[in-house]
Design a protein around this ligand. Structure first.
Ligand code: NDP
Length: 399
């Protein structure tokens, strides 16, 4: 049905490649390209399908990207490199006439700043080129927005309160490790918290607000209010929302390490002079921390990510909780990666599938909640991320 080019051969790229390979009737030609070609080759070897092609590419370089796109001629690019590469890959897509999908919004390298403005600015150019760009199609952002769109379509006239709740109750048996790219992860967590209330954004100190939330099959876990990028598009696309927040669980051990890392300056993203060369402390830290891709083998437990929604239907108030639990070991057995990479890579593959099947095809730049959620939700159940829903239960997060 279509040709797909996966850019990035990290934890998420590995999962995307496995899932794409499991759906050969949709993805008829596949290429994996990344900065380090040997990593792409290792993924192909693990999958055991030599028909998957590989290539080296510097995704910061638009000319290199267009040369690759023009020779492979993909229908869609799945960008699972880093958020820094979003704009160069979008530029190259426009030059070569290729459709686009990613899992994280653009961030400039020198300032940790999360907003869609840079990518939304491409809307008109994608429209004029007749190309589709699907933004933020991982789990959160991604499935969190699709769950919200599904709730709005089937259960609510007006969504008023939205809490996205993300729990990782897994144990990788390391003193400290991040579950995806450490630089991106630590930049996100050490930012101020922010949530939306009555038409305004409220800023909190980093990790200032937290409370125990109870997750299905897991129990109570201390959950911290963070800013997360999908809040920006969800409050725009569902203007009835009065309050939108994002919560993520962290253990005390993790937070203690994080505090020390920050206090000693290792989370800094400006470069420092060291032995006559410039290094970025955060990038050096990444080099010495465990590689998130190596965590899978000993990872136990599960993740639970979902949306807790309160709103109105036919004049009556209702609550709705929709979630997926994903087991780290099951994800590892299937793809060699833990559940955090798995829950990101599976939706990215499904998004590309929706595009190739013509179900999510419209010229312009879109967030996932702007497409029909139903065929995507159906595929989540088939592709390894089954979801569950609770109507009118206690959300624990009442106003
Ligand atoms: P990794 O660091 O494991 O992998 C990133 C990959 O991108 C690596 O293979 C890296 O190459 C490659 N890469 C980096 N820079 C370039 C470049 N300039 N040119 C070509 N390739 C490059 O990250 P993850 O797999 O953990 O995460 C991938 C993406 O998924 C990130 O954008 C992350 O923010 C996002 N994500 C989204 C989530 C969601 O739910 N929406 C959750 C988790 C992650 P090399 O191997 O040489 O370093």
């Amino acid at each position: 049905m279509g040709k797909v080019l996966i850019i990035g051969a990290g934890g998420v790229g590995t999962v995307v490649a496995h899932k794409v390979a499991q759906n050969p009737e949709v993805f008829t030609d596949v290429m994996i390209a990344s900065r380090t070609r040997s990593k792409c080759d290792a993924i192909v070897k693990a999958i055991g399908n030599p028909a998957i092609q590989t290539a080296q590419v510097d995704a910061d370089n638009v000319d290199e990207l267009t040369a690759l796109f023009d020779s492979f001629k993909p229908d869609i690019v799945i960008n699972v490199a880093l958020p820094y590469q979003d704009l160069t890959i979008m530029e190259a897509c426009l030059k070569s006439g290729v459709n686009y999908l990613d899992t994280a919004n653009y961030e400039p390298k020198d300032v940790a700043h999360f907003e869609y403005s840079w990518q939304w600015a491409y809307k008109q150019r994608f429209e004029e080129a007749g190309l589709t760009a699907i933004l933020g199609c991982g789990f959160d952002p991604g499935v969190s927005g699709i769950f919200t769109a599904y709730a709005a379509k089937h259960y609510f006239d007006e969504i008023e309160y939205l809490d996205i709740v993300d729990c990782n109750a897994g144990n990788h048996h390391k003193a400290f490790a991040t579950n995806f790219n450490p630089e991106i992860n630590i930049r996100e967590i050490t930012q101020n918290g922010r949530y939306y209330q009555d038409g305004k954004w409220v800023t909190t100190a980093p990790l200032e607000i937290h409370k125990d939330l109870t997750y299905p099959n897991i129990g109570a876990r201390d959950s911290y209010l963070l800013y997360h990028e999908e809040l920006e598009s969800l409050v725009k696309n569902f203007p009835t929302i009065k309050r939108a927040r994002f919560w993520m669980t962290f253990g005390q051990e993790y937070l203690t390490h994080l505090r020390v890392i920050q206090n000693i300056g290792m989370a800094r993203i400006e470069d420092v002079e060291y032995n006559g060369m410039k290094i970025v402390p955060m990038q050096f830290l990444k080099a010495v921390l465990p590689n998130p891709q190596d965590l899978g083998e000993n990872y136990e437990g599960e993740t639970s990510i979902g949306c807790r929604i309160r709103g109105m239907k036919e004049g009556k108030e209702h609550t709705y909780y929709i979630y997926n639990n994903c087991n780290h070991q099951a994800a590892y057995k299937e793809t060699g990666m833990q559940a955090v990479s798995y829950t990101t890579g599976v939706p990215a593959m499904i998004g590309a599938m929706m595009f190739l099947q013509g179900k999510w095809k419209k010229a312009g730049v879109w967030n996932v909640e702007e497409f029909n959620p139903d065929p995507f939700m159906e595929q989540l159940n088939k592709q390894g991320l089954p979801w569950h829903e609770v109507m009118d239960g206690d959300l624990e997060l009442n106003p």
